[in-house]
Design a protein around this ligand. Structure first.
Ligand code: ADP
Ligand code: C5P
Length: 305
């Protein structure tokens, strides 16, 4: 792996492409988007791609999920979309971009924070700011930013990245990740809750017969948010029921129709990932990038829904 500063020297190469290849990766929460991105990057890396650390900061956080009181409907606010659009446009035209960082925990610059230690108290505070329909102060109070250099491949990952037509239009390839139904996984996740929380599960066999894709994602999310994001099970379930599920139904699922490729079974689907990587290689080849190391950035566009 190279550091961000290493990447800028590669980018100063006169062979640098005029237009990076932009990939959008969408899908429901815990569908496997990050897993798929990691695998794509890994496979590109095996060939001739140099990665800049992909454990990225939270970008464009907060603005898209504006809670309309009572209706529990999540509406889309233009604020973050403009930022996102601006960022992708700049990167696409070969410029670097100073990305605002929202650090969920302490307004500290830390890419680990979101993935590992998002704090439930902060979450509640954040939700009340959303409820007041005013997300701007979050941005204004944070002077932190992170420089993303122009790159050859940009992977734009997030539950709502297909929502805005202007952002979609900047994408060369749009991927939607489906979790698929893995009973084995759900059983594993349930067993985990049984052991960790000492929960009794009755008639498991009957329950899993009716499980859907969304149930698999919920099972994963419960575990992930507890293990990686420091949440407790009640806050995970509450957030899921109030925000995550309605947002999926209202915004994420309807945007699936824009996908060029739908990957069932997420990161388990090696054939799909191989095909995608092959396609990226073909496109990179067309841009005659063989003499430079393409850098891959994952821009994780995440929202409080
Ligand atoms: P997303 O980025 O869509 O939220 P992730 O790729 O982060 O999804 O996956 C969510 C959680 O589910 C993570 O804990 C991950 O390890 C797990 N996970 C992802 N894909 C699978 C899979 N095919 N089988 C089992 N667990 C998976
Ligand atoms: O990786 P995934 O697609 O699941 O990330 C999006 C989800 O992360 C959103 O559903 C949002 O509720 C959640 N999120 C969170 N805590 C944060 C930021 C986002 O739970 N600090």
């Amino acid at each position: 792996r190279r550091s961000a500063s290493d990447s800028s020297s590669a980018l100063s190469d006169s062979n640098a492409p005029k237009q990076p290849f932009v990939i959008g990766v969408s899908g429901g929460t815990a569908s496997g988007k990050t897993t798929v991105c990691d695998m794509i990057i890994q496979q590109l890396h095996d060939h001739r791609v140099v990665l800049v650390n992909q454990l990225f900061v939270i970008l464009f956080y907060g603005g898209l999920g504006v809670l309309v009181k009572c209706a529990i409907v999540v509406v889309v606010d233009a604020f973050d979309t403009e930022q996102l659009l601006d960022c992708v446009q700049k990167l696409r035209s070969g410029h670097s971009y100073q990305v605002p960082i929202y650090d969920f925990k302490n307004h500290r610059r830390s890419s680990e924070c979101f993935r590992q230690k998002a704090n439930p108290v902060q979450l509640v505070q954040f939700l009340s700011i959303l409820e007041s329909n005013d997300v701007k102060p979050l941005w204004q109070s944070s002077s932190l930013s992170w420089k993303v250099n122009a790159s050859d491949v940009i992977i734009l990952e997030g539950i709502l990245v297909f929502h805005d037509q202007r952002v979609r239009n900047l994408m060369n390839m749009k991927i939607f990740v489906d979790a698929g139904l893995s009973l084995y996984l759900v059983v594993l996740e349930i067993m985990w809750c049984v052991f960790v929380y000492d929960q009794k599960v009755h008639a498991l066999h009957e329950h899993i017969k009716v499980l859907t894709d969304a149930d698999v994602r919920l099972a994963r999310r419960i575990r992930r948010d507890i293990v990686e994001r420091g949440r407790d099970i009640n806050s995970v379930l509450e957030q899921y029921a109030k925000f995550v599920k309605p947002a999926f139904d209202n915004f994420v699922l309807p945007s699936k129709k824009y996908a060029d490729v739908i990957i069932p079974r997420g990161g388990e689907n090696h054939v799909a990932i191989d095909l995608i990587v092959q396609h990226i290689h073909t496109k990179l080849g067309q841009h005659d990038l063989c003499k430079i190391y393409p850098n891959v950035y994952v821009i994780q566009s995440t929202f409080q829904i």
